[in-house]
Ligand binder design. Structure first.
Ligand code: DAT
Ligand code: MG
Length: 138
């Protein structure tokens, strides 16, 4: 069993796609261990996206991610980290296959609807940023 961090980004919340996105993970058989609707602070953005803070696209990414509420989820299952990444699709919506979340709903790279941890190590680091142990069930 693995647990991974998923964010339904502000575009997903604004477009009323919270339910559609969560439904896919539930239908797949993954379990929700934690869930919260919140607005990401600039401080949390810099920690969460530590690998990207020096990149040219970061100011736009940070403004987008902190600009309105998002949903943070802790999602568990066998190979949950790689499974969720496959279900999300490629980072650039032009490259993400139909049938994936980004492939079915997104057209813009910044507004690509979902975040998923990219490795078990990233998942552990990110989950600790978003959830306390007491906020996770199971
Ligand atoms: P992913 O979210 O697929 O793990 P990433 O970690 O490389 O992708 O980048 C984090 C987010 O930053 C990504 O979801 C959208 C944005 N982003 C990445 N590359 C970008 C680029 N070249 N231009 C604009 N935004 C970008
Ligand atoms: Mg990433």
């Amino acid at each position: 069993m693995e647990t991974t961090l998923v964010l339904i980004k502000p575009d997903g919340v604004r477009r009323n796609l919270i339910g559609a996105i969560i439904s896919r993970f539930e239908a797949k058989g993954l379990k929700i261990r934690g869930m919260k609707l919140m607005q990401m602070s600039g401080e949390l953005a810099d920690k969460h996206y530590a690998e990207h803070v020096t990149k040219g696209f970061y100011p736009e990414l940070k403004a987008f991610m902190t600009g309105s509420p998002l949903v943070a989820l802790a999602i568990a299952g066998p190979d949950a980290v790689s499974l969720v990444r496959k279900m999300m699709g490629a980072t650039k919506p032009a490259d993400s296959a139909p049938g994936t979340i980004r492939g079915d709903y997104a057209t813009i790279v910044t507004e690509n609807l979902v975040h998923g941890s990219d490795s078990p190590e990233s998942a552990a680091r990110e989950l600790a940023l978003w959830f306390t142990a007491a906020e996770l069930v199971g």
